[in-house]
Design a protein. Structure first.
Length: 467
């Protein structure tokens, strides 16, 4: 068994070889908490949640770090616009991000460090870089000297001589316009921390280099994030960390975006779809299916039609699971192992679409077994389906999704079930007296309400239908 991953730095799929046998260390660039998350933000967390789950299934001990950028130019701007403390905005949106991760079933990280809690580590890194001649002080700020590091831009493969760094307002004293700020001198009315270089606040890139070093050491396995972070963020992280003396990340894994009308989903473009609003309209497990099942390196073009297709596809899986559980007369536990074809797909750069095809093939086989009244085969197929979907965080019979931990949801489901069964009894009575028009009208009204009715040997059953 060898897991293979696409490494952005190598521009190819590579066999994964961990630094420490049996262990995997992952650093994921997490939220910049200037606003509540849209589904593009949460997609990254979902993709790396699936990666983490697969490594765990394969027997690895996973350390997963997902940071919070709680001080940033955008947060300070929001603070001024809303006349609120910067930390109030950051904390409110940090909670919103965690709510988004939680509602879509992402496992909590091993550690979730905040940037503002690691100024000491940042100062130590800046001191080391200044001593080594890779950084310098100017007018209360500290800059990284990009020309001091010959391997700068290896990740993004740009030409330094052809690159222009955008001007930063209020930044003075740079030796080269392309040098980037590691520490920004204090401005009136802005948050600041006291350091040997004077009061100020950290630059975005320094935060992650320092936190990765703190929690994962001088070398770790995988650094992740969205494609938009390759430059300048990840490029600058690498320069700082390696010039400091760290080996840093051995694999660079980047997820693609959620787009709308071909554009990256972004608050600044006004085309974002907030997670908090989406889960009011779509069940969280359907939203996880929609965001988590395309390949992590493939763009997702947002559309209502695509969400409806995801809802219908997942409903077929749920319907199969419910029918087998009814036939078995009790719970069906997940199989101890996933089918080999599923494992082969996941080992090959987390090939979730190919793995999901195995899930749907197994569901069809299970439905055939149900049609043939082969209880043993149907139960075996459901056990395999549960094992596969469990790895993806999509097992519909998991108490998380089935409502075992949500008493209110259980109560509501019971009320709806009683009401629907009452209507179905009226339909059955109409059929018994051969009043087909009334029976069909009742079924049509239930369909219009969003329910799918299936007539089975044991009587009619209902599920949520396609919208």
């Amino acid at each position: 068994m060898t897991i293979r991953l696409y490494d952005t730095s190598a521009r190819q799929i590579r066999d994964f070889q961990p630094l420490t046998p049996g262990c995997v260390s992952i650093y994921l660039c997490g939220a910049t908490v200037q606003a509540a998350p849209h589904i593009g933000h949460i997609r990254s967390g979902l993709n790396f949640d699936i990666m983490r789950r697969w490594f765990t299934y394969r027997g690895y001990d996973v350390t997963f770090i997902r940071n919070v950028t709680d001080i940033d130019d955008k947060i300070i701007t929001k603070s001024a616009e809303q006349d609120r403390p910067w930390w109030s905005i950051g904390y409110e949106n940090e909670r919103a991000f965690n709510d988004g991760y939680d509602v879509l079933g992402c496992l909590p990280p091993t550690y979730e460090p905040r940037a503002t809690g690691h100024v000491t580590e940042m100062v130590a890194m800046m001191r080391g870089l200044i001593e080594r001649g890779h950084a310098y002080e100017a007018d209360g700020s500290v800059y990284f000297d990009v020309r001091s590091w010959p391997r700068y831009l290896e990740l993004s493969r740009q030409d330094l001589d052809k690159m222009q760094q955008p001007a930063e307002e209020g930044i003075t004293g740079k030796r080269d316009a392309r040098d980037f700020a590691m520490w920004k001198a204090a401005k009136p009315g802005e948050p600041a921390w006291e350091t040997p270089f004077g009061p100020g606040r950290p630059g975005w890139h320094l935060e992650c280099s320092a936190m990765a070093h703190k929690y994962l050491g001088s070398a770790f396995d995988i650094h992740g994030g969205g494609l938009d972070l390759i430059f300048p963020h990840h490029e600058n992280e690498i320069a700082q960390a390696k010039a400091y003396g760290d080996e840093f990340a051995r694999y660079w894994v980047h997820n693609a975006w959620v787009t709308m009308s071909g554009e990256k989903m972004s608050k600044s473009l006004g085309n974002s779809v907030l997670v908090s609003e989406m889960v009011k309209r779509w069940r969280p497990i359907v939203l996880r299916y929609y965001l988590g099942t395309p390949h992590y390196r493939s763009m997702i073009e947002y559309s209502e039609d695509a969400l409806r297709e995801a809802e219908a596809a997942f409903a077929r899986i749920e319907g199969f699971a419910q029918r087998v559980v009814e036939l078995a007369g009790g719970s069906v536990e997940p199989a101890a192992e996933v089918p080999p074809a599923f494992a082969e797909a996941m080992d090959d750069d987390l090939g979730v679409p190919q793995a999901l095809a195995i899930v749907h093939t197994t569901v069809r086989q299970g439905n055939s077994a149900l049609a043939a009244d082969d209880k043993e085969a149907a139960v075996a197929r459901l056990a395999e389906v549960r094992a596969m979907l469990g790895v993806l965080g999509l097992d519909p019979l998991d108490p998380r999704w089935a409502g075992g931990a949500e008493g209110e949801a259980d109560d509501l489901n019971g009320v709806v079930d009683s009401l629907v069964r009452l209507v179905l009894e009226q339909r059955e009575a109409a059929r018994a007296r051969k009043d087909w028009a009334t029976a069909d009208a009742i079924r049509d009204r239930l369909t219009q309400a969003g329910l799918a009715i299936e007539d089975s040997p044991s009587g009619p059953r209902w599920t949520l239908g396609q919208r």
